[in-house]
Structure formats: structure tokens, C-alpha cells
Ligand binder design. Structure first.
Ligand code: 5AD
Ligand code: SF4
Length: 420
């Protein structure tokens, strides 16, 4: 009997990766087999993102290719999920008539019910998904209530909701029992977690009591909600990794106000220095948006200067993309694309040099890493600071903590030699 194969394409953030994992678990639980080649699939799920226009473009390109595949195989089931499916369901259905179902990000709970309509379980071969992952995403919050003026997330994912910590702890315990070594807690703003009076710091304290769990990471943070208590907890708790993603978005107070970020550059800098002073081995990374409406040369210069002054370990730089439903999309004073591109390149080049210089302090030093994958005798691992580290190895070290002596540094990764 032929098995039912499924393929999931995930576009966008870790929240989507986590939702895809959950869909994969449901399908695997029904005996379906996950495949890496879309052409071998009987079910294709496109899990979409709408945070920038480019992500939507990617989804429509893939759907265009799937249309051809469906013409050759009319039994192919195509589902579209995620953020774009939430707010543009009508458009997707109109533009892609060959799509079988569209299920928005707020309705992920209905996935099982929806897919059952297309599954003939009697023809599916039972299989157990090998649980050999090293880390696992755990969603602790859904939605966002911050309404940064450029961001579509609150409009498509709805208001912020914290998940019951008992459920979170159960999910983590099961994962650790199945061999997971690292947990990555997810939420649009984990710093405002609050379930029946239990805040984020207290949640971390509860989670770190889990035996056999080596590492805890979390993302993403909002500077306005990052508490002193949390800084203290990270500095005292060795299970919490030395990496904080702390989006700045802009170095100009005028732009930060227009973005509705609710902090000034000076407040950000004070927080940044406090974290660095309390946790000296911390790696702080950030997000920047270039070309928000009204961004002048001076505003951009403020962002450029901030990047030089703060010396982030890594910077993700996005070109502003006007999104439907957002306040900023109505603003008139758009920055021409040519100027956005120039500013983007200038900041990217400079920040890459900064990150590489920062990583250079690791040269000839031995670092402790957790091995995530082995491919063709090359191990891919990560240190506590979340820097990717590659090294040659001929044994299966997946899931193990080992020491590597660094001999090469790039802006976003390093390589070295395994120390026995
Ligand atoms: N245009 C460009 N970048 C955006 N981001 C969010 N919305 C937009 C937008 N409309 C960026 C922010 C955020 C990251 C996840 O994506 O920098 O921190
Ligand atoms: Fe979007 Fe701001 Fe919420 Fe982040 S905090 S998801 S940028 S609205």
C-alpha cells in the first residue's frame, strides 16, 4: 500500500516553523510521511508569512509552481496556512483556484479537522516520526498587542495571549523525555508573558528546573518590557543561553516615535549597557528597519551611529515594506527605493565588519557547543551565544556538548577543530 506523503514549505518566522512542526506531527500521527521533495508529495502545505511583501511574493511563486504540479496530478491536496492565509484568504482563493483549503494563523487549531477531510487514513501506512531533533520551539504566547505602526502581526494574529505555564511545562517535559536538549521559547514579545500572575522570569525559573534540559533560549524581546529582574535571572541561571535578540528598529527618536515603539534611543542604550555590564559574555543581536516613512539622511545617520556605538553581535536589516491595515502604510512621506537600497547596503557592510570583529575574539579559543546536525562528516553546532560553528567530525555527535577550537571567523558563523 502506498503511503501518503506530505511536504510543508515554511515561510517567515520561528512561530511559523513551530506551527509547521505541529502540522507535521498531526500528519505523521496519522501515518503520513514527510518528504523533502515537493514532487513526491500528495499533500502540500504552504505556511505563509505577511510581515514583508517579499514573503507574500515567495508564497505566490511557490503556488504558481504547484499549479503545474496539480495539473499533472489532480489528486494533489494543496493547503495554505499562516499569516497571509489569515488576512488575504479571499485573494488567495481568487488567484489560486486550485488550492484546496486556506486556514489562517488564528485557526491553526482547526488543522486536524480540516486535513481529515482530505485524508483517507485507511490507505496510509503507519509510521513514527523519528524524534532525533536536538532543539524544539515551544510557543509560550500567541498574537501581539503592541501595534508598532509598520507591523501587520497584531492585525493578523490578534491580541497577545499567554499560554498556561502548566501546558508549556508539560510540552517541555515530553520533549526532554524524547531526547530534546534545547528549548527555544517563542512569542512576539516574551518579556510581557503573564499567565495568572506568573511572569516571564518566573516561567524561566520553572522551566529551568527540568532535569536533562541543557539550554533555554527565547525570542523575541521588546526593549520596553525587558525587566531588571530578567537580567538578574539570566546572569544567575546557567541554563539560559547567552544570547538576547533585542530589536532596536531605528536609532532616531523621531522615527521610533512614529513607529510607536514606546522607547527612546537613550532608553535603549541604557538597557543595552545594563545587560552587557551584568552579563559580560552576552551576545546581543538586533533588527533594523531602513526607510520607514519620513526617514531623512539624519535619521539614517542616527541608526548607523547607533550600530557603530552599540556593536551588535549580529544585525538583521530590513527594507521598510508597507503592509495593509497598518498605520504606517497610510503615511505619505515614503522614502524612494533607491535611497532605501543605498542605506541598506551601507549599514549592512558596516555591521558585517562589526560582527566579524566581535567574533574574532574567539580566534584560537576553545568554545563549548551543542551539536545540532551532521552532514557529510561536517558538524553544525551552536555555542551559547547562538553563533553557528562548523567542524569536521567522523562520529555521530548529534545532541552532544563538545569543545571546539576556533580557527576561522565569518560575520555570521565560525569554524574550528574538535577537541577530544
Ligand atoms: N517592513 C520591514 N520590516 C518589518 N519588520 C516587521 N514589519 C516590517 C515591515 N512592514 C521587521 C522588524 C521586526 C522583524 C521581525 O521584521 O524589524 O523586528
Ligand atoms: Fe510587530 Fe511590534 Fe508586535 Fe513585534 S512587537 S510583532 S514588531 S507589533
Amino acid at each position: 500500500m502506498k503511503s501518503i506523503n506530505f511536504f510543508i514549505e515554511t515561510i517567515g518566522c520561528q512561530m511559523n516553523v513551530n506551527d509547521s512542526e505541529k502540522m507535521a506531527e498531526i500528519l505523521s500521527g496519522k501515518g503520513c510521511i514527510q518528504v523533502k521533495d515537493v514532487h513526491q508529495a500528495d499533500i502540500v502545505i504552504v505556511n505563509t508569512c505577511s510581515v514583508r511583501f517579499s514573503a507574500e511574493h515567495k508564497a505566490y511563486s511557490l503556488l504558481g509552481r504547484l499549479k503545474e504540479q496539480k495539473e499533472n496530478n489532480p489528486n494533489l491536496v494543496i493547503g495554505v496556512t499562516g499569516c497571509m492565509a489569515e488576512y488575504a484568504a479571499k485573494e488567495i482563493k481568487a488567484r489560486c483556484k486550485f488550492v484546496d483549503f486556506v486556514l489562517g494563523a488564528k485557526k491553526t487549531d482547526l488543522f486536524e479537522e480540516t486535513i481529515n477531510r482530505f485524508l483517507h487514513t485507511q490507505s496510509a501506512r503507519l509510521s513514527v516520526r523519528p524524534a532525533d531533533d536536538v532543539f524544539k520551539y515551544v510557543t509560550i504566547m500567541r498574537g501581539c498587542s503592541n501595534f508598532c505602526s509598520y507591523c501587520i502581526v497584531p492585525h493578523v494574529r490578534g491580541p497577545e495571549i499567554s499560554i498556561d505555564y502548566n501546558k508549556i511545562l508539560n510540552e517541555i517535559n515530553t520533549a526532554v523525555d524524547n531526547g530534546i536538549k534545547e528549548i527555544i521559547l517563542l512569542g512576539q514579545n516574551v518579556n510581557s508573558y503573564n499567565y495568572e500572575g506568573v511572569n516571564f522570569t518566573q516561567l524561566l525559573q520553572k522551566i529551568s528546573k527540568t532535569d536533562k534540559l541543557n539550554r533555554i533560549r527565547f525570542m523575541t524581546n521588546h526593549p520596553k518590557d525587558f525587566s531588571d529582574e530578567l537580567i538578574e535571572e539570566i546572569s544567575n541561571n546557567k541554563k539560559i543561553c547567552r544570547h538576547i535578540h533585542l530589536p532596536l528598529q531605528s536609532g532616531s527618536n523621531k522615527i521610533l516615535k512614529a513607529m510607536n515603539r514606546k522607547y527612546t534611543y537613550e532608553q535603549y542604550e541604557t538597557l543595552y549597557n545594563k545587560i552587557k555590564n551584568k552579563i559580560p559574555d552576552i551576545n546581543i543581536t538586533s533588527d533594523i528597519i531602513i526607510g520607514f516613512p519620513g526617514e531623512t539622511d539624519d535619521d539614517f545617520q542616527a541608526t548607523f551611529d547607533a550600530s557603530r556605538k552599540l556593536q551588535f553581535g549580529g544585525l538583521f536589516i530590513f527594507k521598510y515594506s508597507p503592509r495593509p491595515k497598518t498605520y504606517a502604510a497610510k503615511l505619505k512621506d515614503r522614502v524612494p527605493l533607491e535611497i532605501i537600497k543605498k542605506r541598506h547596503t551601507a549599514l549592512l557592510e558596516d555591521s558585517n565588519i562589526i560582527s566579524k570583529n566581535i567574533n574574532e575574539k574567539y580566534l584560537n579559543k576553545t568554545v563549548e557547543v551543542l551539536v545540532e546536525n551532521i552532514d557529510n562528516n561536517v558538524a553544525q553546532a551552536r555555542n551559547s551565544q547562538n553563533i553557528k560553528i562548523f567542524f569536521d567530525c567522523d562520529e555521530n555527535l548529534k545532541g552532544r556538548v563538545v569543545n571546539v577550537k576556533i580557527n576561522k571567523v565569518l560575520p555570521n558563523s565560525m569554524s574550528g577543530i574538535l577537541q577530544q
